[in-house]
Design a protein around this ligand. Structure first.
Ligand SMILES: C[S@@+](CC[C@H](N)C(=O)[O-])C[C@H]1O[C@@H](n2cnc3c(N)ncnc32)[C@H](O)[C@@H]1O
Length: 207
């Protein structure tokens, strides 16, 4: 029976790839993923198809149709496909095709490990691709740490929180480029975060 493999590749470094992810990718005939994701599998013999923000919709449809034709297709999703990953988009278009999800280590998990936050006791929320969620502000007053995948820059997100009345002195942390050589972890107040420079790959924690 035709099946599409949706493979979680972890936060970025090869050391956080699971053996199952490597085995599935190395057995696949077609592997679709971002350049960064494809580069994690130097030994694969499959046809590689690069996916990027511009061709995303088209490539997801291609993954479904190639798998439906009977090819073994692996679609690579950063972190875990089920958390702010490709699972939701694939569920919308897969029709009758069966899908197997190979879990990966999420940036949320690595962030929780780095900051030693027991994440069963944390609020976890993504704003990635959605904008500021009305769910966010109530979470910040329930006494638990909140782990956030931001939609915009850290600066914009922190400014939004302060504008909405969150104490600028509130303890917070940013984990940037987790698992990469340029990984950076900053633990400070919200207002102090505004003085730091961060790129796009960040997880924000508000304590
Ligand atoms: C489309 S979401 C994918 C999340 C992914 N499914 C997961 O489980 O981590 C992409 C966002 O995840 C976060 N992210 C992914 N990898 C990261 C890393 N290595 N370090 C920090 N944040 C990361 C960033 O906020 C990035 O904008």
């Amino acid at each position: 029976m035709s099946k599409l493999y949706l493979v979680g590749i972890g936060p970025g470094s090869g050391k956080y790839l699971t053996k199952e992810a490597v085995d599935v990718v190395n057995s696949s005939e077609i592997v679709i993923g971002s350049k960064r994701a494809l580069n994690l599998f130097p030994d694969m013999g499959a046809e590689k198809i690069e996916l990027n923000a511009q061709n995303m919709g088209e490539m997801l449809k291609l993954a479904v149709s190639k798998a439906a034709e009977g090819n073994m297709v692996a679609l690579l999703s950063t972190g875990d496909p089920g958390f702010s990953g490709l699972l939701k988009s694939i569920q919308k278009i897969k029709g009758n095709l069966s899908v197997e999800v190979v879990p990966g280590i999420s940036s949320i998990q690595l962030c929780a490990a780095e900051l030693q936050i027991p994440w069963d006791e944390a609020n976890i929320i993504t704003m990635h691709g959605k904008g500021f969620s009305s769910r966010l502000l109530p979470l910040l007053s329930n006494g638990r740490p909140t782990i956030i995948l931001p939609n915009t820059t850290i600066k914009e997100t922190v400014n939004y929180l302060i504008e909405k009345g969150i104490d600028p002195k509130r303890a917070s942390a940013v984990c940037e480029n987790l698992s990469y050589e340029n990984e950076k972890v900053v633990k400070t107040s919200l207002e102090e975060l505004l003085g730091e420079k961060f790129g796009y790959m960040c997880v924000l924690v508000v304590y």
